[in-house]
Design a protein around this ligand. Structure first.
Ligand code: NDP
Length: 507
């Protein structure tokens, strides 16, 4: 399809419930528009409500017995097919993502690739999913622990990784034998629905995966409060996560929350500055700064501060803003005009607290006039407790905080309420290991920016970034399965654990 035809194609999408494509029971709809050009409607979607959620949960419940009893290696074979199909459709999905969400095409391809990687990884888990066998404390007794599926899981996802995050949540949930209802972000429903269409094509049985589009209030609340949903996995704002936690408490759901970040890169005086520069530009301005792992604080040693800030000013000032489908674009739009206004509000705050080095305004000239664009922005001489150094701005804005000692750097790294990702640039191996020990975050990097997590290691953060769970890797299996400890006694007599076998020296 030519870019123009691609740009003008508006499609009507439906919910997926029990293998059937369905409108909202109310018949209401909403649209998703491109952040690069608000005149471009990407799709029309069901504005669903609690009755649609109820139908989807019912379909997931009905599909659960057969799916959970299917041998895990067979479920894995289906996920392998899905992974291959996603890989075949990677370009199409990536282009749809750039249209709907704005990130530049190379990054959209990376987003889809993450889902493919997790699909392959979890497909392989179908033949592992290790439990444990341990020696029993009694003779003639066998002891083991196995993983069991839980039931219907509700997945509530944000717009910034509209394929990767549904994939991160869904594939481990499925390989463990659960069935799912996905509620995608209202800014990126087309990505989610197309993703799920491909899963169905790959052979996921009807009802195992369901999608209900609509608002957080109408669909999100109903899913979180539904008595037949056993698990909620959520990624989004910290405030939303707290609300979900409270609502889920009445039905004692298992809840995983992946929330905000205020991620630091520490640039030490011995750092390789060119490498640090490349990494900072990628980590702070990739996805227009709308990553939970975005580097929004640069803690820079005074000894290299002026040189580094000058390098950064030149590089960031030359970044090209534009449509993510245009190969000349470095930085795409932010998600919508509400985001532009929020980021702009932080400019007023930042000018009162620090020095503006570059950027600082919404970009509305020429080809950018119909979209939601914001200039890549740097502040320096930022105090560690300034609002722009503490609050998640979620846009192309980063704050430089000068430091003179290691203890001061560690204190500042840990001075925010979040703890997702952190990074250190240094050639000093001792400092590198100290950063691993002392920076309070779920992800740590040395001589690499704050972004770039891989699918087979646990992903998540400390403090207000979450509630202690981790996504992907082996850790995701722990969240999406229930442990069952099993004892088989083949002694033929009553053996009382803790009573009949006491090895304590009683003399
Ligand atoms: P939101 O919290 O606004 O929304 C996330 C999802 O929750 C959307 O599907 C939204 O629906 C839904 N939702 C909103 N309110 C409720 C509610 N009360 N009950 C149930 N569901 C609700 O976050 P954003 O989409 O704006 O995503 C950005 C945030 O996500 C940032 O804070 C970012 O740091 C965080 N994030 C964290 C990651 C991590 O792993 N730690 C990774 C990526 C992002 P609707 O769209 O209809 O409003």
């Amino acid at each position: 399809m030519s870019t123009t035809a691609e740009r003008t194609a508006t499609k009507t999408y439906r919910n997926l419930i029990g293998g059937e494509w369905a409108e909202a029971r109310s018949g209401k709809t909403f649209t998703s528009v491109s952040p690069a050009n608000h005149d471009e409607v990407v799709g029309v979607f069901p504005a669903s409500g609690p009755e649609d959620v109820d139908a989807a949960v019912g379909a997931a419940m009905a599909a659960f017995p057969a799916w959970s009893l299917m041998p895990a290696p067979k479920r894995g074979e289906i996920l392998f097919k899905v992974a291959r199909l996603l890989a075949e459709h990677k370009e199409e999905l990536s282009r749809l993502m750039t249209r709907e969400m704005g990130k530049v095409l190379t990054e959209a391809r990376g987003d889809v690739q993450e889902a493919i990687d997790v699909a392959y990884y979890m497909a392989g888990e179908g033949r592992r999913m290790f439990g444990m066998t341990v020696p029993s404390e009694m003779p003639d007794k066998f002891a083991m622990a196995i993983r069991r599926p839980i039931g219907v899981v509700g997945l509530i996802t944000p717009w910034n990784f509209p394929v990767a995050i549904p994939g991160w949540k869904l594939f481990p949930a499925l390989i463990c034998g659960n069935t799912a209802v996905i509620k995608p972000a209202s800014d990126t429903p087309a990505c989610a629905v197309r993703f799920v269409e491909l899963l169905m094509e790959g052979g996921i049985p009807d009802g195992v995966v369901n999608v209900v589009t609509g608002s957080g209030t109408d669909v999100g609340h109903a899913l979180v409060e539904h008595p037949d949903v056993r698990v909620i996995s959520f990624t989004g704002h910290t405030e939303t996560g707290i609300d979900i936690s409270r609502r889920a408490a009445d039905t004692l759901k298992r809840v995983s929350l992946e929330l905000g970040g205020k991620n630091p890169i520490v640039i030490w005086e011995d750092a390789e500055l060119q490498l640090a520069l490349d990494s900072v530009v990628w980590s702070a301005f990739g996805t227009s700064g709308q990553r939970c792992t975005a580097a929004s604080r640069l803690i820079v040693h005074r000894g290299v501060h002026d040189e580094f800030v000058e390098m950064l000013r030149k590089r960031v000032g030359a970044l090209v803003l534009g449509d993510g489908l245009d190969p000349a674009t470095d930085v795409g739009p932010v998600i919508n005009d509400v985001a532009v206004d929020r980021i702009d509000g932080y400019m007023r705050v930042g000018r009162g607290e620090a020095e503006l080095v570059v950027g600082g305004r919404p970009a509305r000239d020429g080809a950018l006039a119909k979209g939601s664009f914001f200039e890549p922005t740097i502040f320096t001489e930022v105090k560690p407790d300034a609002r722009i150094a503490q609050e998640e701005i979620f846009g192309p804005v980063t704050s430089v905080i000068p430091v003179t000692s290691w203890d001061e750097a560690v204190r500042i790294v840990n001075s925010v309420k979040y703890g997702l990702s952190s990074s250190l640039f240094t050639r000093d191996v001792n400092l590198a290991f100290r950063s691993i020990r002392d920076f309070d975050s779920g992800l740590g990097y040395v001589n690499h920016g704050t972004i770039g997590a891989e699918a087979h290691l646990p992903f998540g953060g400390t403090k207000s970034t979450g509630n202690g769970h981790r996504e992907v890797g082996q850790a995701a299996l722990d969240f999406f399965s229930e442990w069952k400890s099993v004892y088989v006694d083949y002694s033929g007599k009553l053996q009382r654990a803790q009573i009949d076998m006491t090895f304590v020296d009683q003399e």
